[in-house]
Design a protein around this ligand. Sequence first.
Ligand SMILES: Nc1ncnc2c1ncn2[C@@H]1O[C@H](COP(=O)(O)OP(=O)(O)OP(=O)(O)O)[C@@H](O)[C@H]1O
Ligand SMILES: [Mg+2]
Length: 403
Amino acid sequence: MPKPVIGGVPRGEDLFGREELIENLWERLERDNVLLVAPRRFGKTGIMYHLLDYPQEGFRPIFINVEHILTAGDFMVELMAILLRDHHFARAVSSLWQGTKGFGRFLQNLPSSIDLGGIKVELREKTDVPEKWISYGERVMSLLSKEEPRLLLLLDEFAVMIDSISKRDSEEAKRLLHWFRSARIAPDTGTRFVIGGSINLISTLDAMRLVDTVNDLSVERLQPFALETAAAYVKAIFASRDIDLDSELADSILELVGEPVPYFLAVLLMAILDRQRAIGSPISADTIKAAFEEDLLGGATSVVFQHYRSRIDQYYPGREAQVARAILGMLSRAGRPVQHDTLYHIFLQTYRKPPSPQANDEFIQLMKKLDNDFYIVSRDGAYDFFSRVLKLWWKTHYGFQGE
Ligand SMILES: Nc1ncnc2c1ncn2[C@@H]1O[C@H](COP(=O)(O)OP(=O)(O)OP(=O)(O)O)[C@@H](O)[C@H]1O
Ligand SMILES: [Mg+2]
């Protein structure tokens, strides 16, 4: 039975309700490479770890979180080191240094006690991988392309890495993206990639005019739980504590959360369970309400909400950020979905632009971007926040700032 995981990566049976998606991902990986996108805390890393922990026959997955990497050379060092530590791929990769004195000899006598960090240090100090990373990248990908089982490279937070590299050196980011694309589209290569990220790679690259370098990827926009999955999750979590929750109370939990983003649901369930344990009496509507208002909206989850907020300033360039904030502020205050015209008016006012077909196009583009980044949804020409919880948080913190 699953237990709620709060913040860590859910693994094994704690990763709930993603079976169908995972099956579909394996199927796609037969032919394609996948870009897995969703905002923070939807469960991307959990899914990538599932691919790592339970690989389908014929694949040998390797997982790298590339979030902290700042240069293309470092990316290659990281990749080489992890491949050299892998029992299956080490032999092929070591052949790059066959017969060489320094690093070749080191690899030949590789002490079993040396860890990944140790190999990275050696790669940095004793080889020219950091400078000649493209050439190593090309050779290693070509060496591994016929391996069986095939390499499945799971790269988490890829867009963050590209963003950091390009802020330092945009040409280097461009070269890395081009190298990476040619590795993916090499004819007959058996290697496959899953790229995960909580910022949208497509819009990051669009702003850099490099979106063509990822047009071969099969995009999976990870959704929150479906309503039935969320209901089953609530039931399973209470069952794991031997609690038979009244179905009306279970429904009220789902209503409070709105779109069931797994993390928001897990935080609320844990808070309810903690409160119930402290009080010792059965779970009541009041316990649920207090957990929602005090623990979910006011608690540790705020960091995630704050991320949605700061992401606007980081990834919506120039005045666009101000306009996006004005629109979201307005939506957070509204009791119901807001019509296109009302929001268009705010758009023009904030930009201080007269109405024109071009301004209308820009407005539609911005709304699409907000939709794509999971801030809003549109239905029948009207817009609302995507997540009820985020909307309430936004209203409390920023709704009345006159944005
Ligand atoms: N399938 C799931 N079953 C149970 N809990 C989940 C699931 N998916 C996500 N969660 C919840 O969301 C949290 C984050 O999961 P995970 O790290 O996989 O998401 P993420 O999308 O990679 O987040 P981030 O963008 O912050 O890296 C978990 O700690 C857990 O509370
Ligand atoms: Mg993650």
